[in-house]
Design a protein around this ligand. Structure first.
Ligand SMILES: C[S@@+](CC[C@H](N)C(=O)[O-])C[C@H]1O[C@@H](n2cnc3c(N)ncnc32)[C@H](O)[C@@H]1O
Length: 309
């Protein structure tokens, strides 16, 4: 393998990526699958342990059709399918889920590959199992998505697509982070002074991504005609701290498995802005320093649940 960028102790080795037109900048290989599964477990712990889903779905009369949008390794899709064995549960992603997951998944899971933003609003629903069929109007009981901040470059469209596809009484749950970093127990945002962070904000703005994917969801879901059921926030800790005991596993995982991916992530995100070579290396060094700089450093993770009237 050819190292693409070497910064301090970090070597950015070649990775494998999706081949769609989406600006999503993270890989889809075995290293990424391991990262996503570790992250999924740490998030469940942050939410209080037990279930990845906070929506009141267990009390719904019946769930016949549900989708996990941007399902990654399908870890939440499989859990959803086990929770609702009589439902058809879709796992949709830009990339295929790992073959081992497909082999062992419950029979009520259907895997689909595609971009949720390419659901055609004007097409009649089809029954070919494609994204249009998943999002047929008034057909879904439950839509779940987690951590699409680096994938969706049109959040209003995602919310409208989901709202149109929910049946009356159907529920959407969006779990996502905001991009700014906060200092524990203060209102300070150290990331407002980080040059690499400002550059990623510009890069995200330019392609239509939201740096407020979590906190912005409620307004977009309301604008799409849904009623907000609940909004809960959590500290998505990048460095473990005693002040956020439930986010300690998350902080350990982020330091061990996600921070080392920042050279590759920034190369993709900032490369699109023409930032390359020594300038990129300088910003990557700053990012690696800042992301581990202080105990308790966190992003805000928001869980928004809404219902179609
Ligand atoms: C950070 S991962 C999170 C995976 C999973 N939701 C979880 O929490 O474990 C984001 C996933 O969303 C997928 N994704 C990003 N943008 C997407 C889009 N526009 N349509 C469908 N999937 C998308 C990516 O391929 C990736 O697998």
């Amino acid at each position: 393998m050819v190292p693409a960028l070497v910064v301090g102790n970090y070597t950015d080795v070649e990775r494998h990526y999706h081949d769609s037109s989406s600006p999503y900048s993270l890989p889809n290989d075995a290293i990424e699958h391991d990262r996503l599964d570790t992250q999924a477990a740490a998030i469940v712990e942050m939410l209080g342990g037990g279930s990845p889903f906070l929506a009141p779905i267990r009390s719904m009369a019946s769930i016949c059709k549900a989708v996990d949008v941007g399902c990654g390794t399908g870890i939440a899709t499989v859990e959803m399918a086990r929770l609702f064995p009589a439902a058809t549960v879709y796992g949709l992603d830009l990339s295929r889920v790992p073959a081992a997951v497909v082999e062992r998944a419950p029979e009520n899971v259907t895997w689909a590959t595609g971009n949720v933003l390419e659901v055609d609003e004007h097409l009649e629903p089809t029954d070919d199992g494609g994204v249009d069929a998943i999002f047929a109007p008034d057909s879904l009981d439950y839509v779940f998505s987690r951590l699409l901040i680096l994938g969706l470059n049109n959040w209003p469209r995602y919310c409208k697509t989901a709202a149109r596809a929910l049946r009356s009484g159907g529920i959407i749950e969006i779990q996502d982070v905001d991009w700014p970093f906060h200092r524990v127990a203060t209102s300070e945002q150290p990331s407002s002074k980080w040059e690499w962070h400002q550059q990623t904000v510009s890069a995200m703005d330019r392609v239509g991504m939201s740096t407020r994917a979590g906190s912005g969801a409620a307004a977009l879901l309301e604008a799409a005609g849904l009623e907000i059921v609940s909004v809960q926030t959590f500290e998505f800790s990048w460095v473990p701290a005693p002040t956020a005991p439930r986010s300690r596993a998350l902080g350990r995982y982020l330091q061990d498995k996600f921070v080392p991916q920042f050279p590759a992530l920034l190369r993709k995100m900032l490369g699109r802005e023409g930032i390359v070579g020594a300038e990129l290396e300088r910003l990557v060094k700053q990012a690696l320093r800042d992301l581990s700089s202080e105990e308790g450093l966190y992003q805000i993770y928001t869980v928004t649940v809404a219902r179609k009237p």
